[in-house]
Design a protein around this ligand. Sequence first.
Ligand SMILES: [Fe+2]
Ligand SMILES: [Fe+2]
Length: 257
Amino acid sequence: MRILCLGDVVGAPGRDVLMRTLRPYREQNGIDFVVCNVENATEGSGINSSAFRSLRAAGIDVATTGDHVYRRADVLKLFERHPDRILRPLNYPAKAAGRGATVVTANNGVPVAVVNVQGRVFMDPSDDPFHALRTILPTLEAKVIIIDFHAEATSEKRAMGWFLDGQATAMVGTHTHVPTADEEVFPEGLAYVTDLGMCGPYRSVIGRRSDAVLHSFTTKMYARFGVADEDVRACGVLIEVDPETGKAQSIERVVLR
Ligand SMILES: [Fe+2]
Ligand SMILES: [Fe+2]
């Protein structure tokens, strides 16, 4: 079976490129399941109901998030109404709204587990993501398991890949908004990539207007970081999976324009 994982959707440009390209891509390539990180989908930070609706209509099965998850109060409604379709990082406090793992049936009838975890290096404090995964993985009722590891440091992400090899189908990194070229299938069948990149405007500083970000870096003064709008691409990976074993057979980078 074929699973498409897409990186952080940034604002209207990111949503628009997916609304235009994802349905035809799904059909032409026989994609059974799509996971996408949506933490920046509304004006570059957080997600509201209308953005979630458009992305679901565009062909996303499960939405993951990260450090910007609670930026808009509307997300609380989404967690109530669609608890199996939108996730927050698993290693957040137990009382945090939403859940960190779900199992959803793919187009071909195979149950797919999706788990969202967040890193701790150069990020706000959270619980140990390794421990959180060690606890939840044996409880998931699916052979096919996709992990979105939302983290900053390459080292923490690569270490997580080795931790998960043999225990999951894929670990895809998110959060840095820049695609990495290290996609590979690890020895025990884990499809791995350090970062998917974003679905958004690449002529920018990770999705924001470069003039505003540069002003802030060079003056230390506040600037509103508007979402950029040029060179819009949707980046991710296409993973071929053996549904009987849950092991990945191949992983390749994908760019939709
Ligand atoms: Fe992001
Ligand atoms: Fe993030």
